[in-house]
Design a protein around this ligand. Structure first.
Ligand code: FE2
Length: 149
C-alpha cells in the first residue's frame, strides 16, 4: 500500500481560502436569519438588532464579496468566465440593496420607526431570499471546481 502524496503548499493555501469562504457564508446565513427576524418584527424591530444587521450589511457583505470573487476567478475563470462574471454582477446588485437596507434601518437604529415599514419588509425579504440562493449557487460552483473543498 502506497502512501498518499503530501499535499502541495498551493493546495493547502487554496483549501484555507475556501474554508474562509465557507465560514463567511455561515456568518452571512446568520445575517439572513437576523434580517428575516427584523422583517417579521416590523414595524417594531429591535434597534440593537437593526444596528448589528446594518453594520454587517455595510462591512461583512462587501468584504466577503471582495475575497470570494478573487477565489472564484482563480478557480473558475478559465472554464466558466461567464459564471464568474454573473456572480460578480450579482455581488454588485446585492451590495446596492444592502446599502439601501442599511439606510432604511437608520431611523430604527436611532430609536424611531421605519419610514416605510412595508417597503423595508419587502427589501429585507428580497435580500435574504436572493442571498440564500446566491450562496447555494456559489457553494455548488466551488464544489464543482474544487471537489475536495
Ligand atoms: Fe458568497
Amino acid at each position: 500500500m502506497s502512501a498518499a502524496p503530501p499535499p502541495r503548499l498551493a493546495d493547502l493555501a487554496t483549501a484555507r481560502r475556501l474554508r474562509a469562504i465557507h465560514d463567511q457564508h455561515d456568518r452571512l446565513a446568520l445575517l439572513c436569519a437576523e434580517l428575516e427576524a427584523i422583517a417579521d418584527d416590523l414595524p417594531r424591530a429591535c434597534p440593537q438588532r437593526c444596528r448589528r444587521a446594518a453594520d454587517a450589511l455595510g462591512t461583512l457583505v462587501p468584504e466577503h464579496h471582495a475575497s470570494e470573487i478573487v477565489v472564484l476567478r482563480e478557480l473558475l475563470a478559465a472554464d466558466r468566465p461567464d459564471l464568474v462574471d454573473r456572480i460578480a454582477r450579482q455581488h454588485g446588485e446585492d451590495e446596492g440593496l444592502a446599502g439601501e437596507i442599511g439606510h432604511a434601518l437608520e431611523p430604527i437604529v436611532a430609536g424611531g420607526a421605519a419610514d416605510a415599514p412595508e417597503t423595508l419588509g419587502y427589501m429585507l425579504r428580497c435580500f435574504f431570499t436572493s442571498y440564500r440562493r446566491a450562496m447555494l449557487v456559489e457553494e455548488l460552483a466551488i464544489r464543482a471546481a474544487a471537489p475536495a473543498a
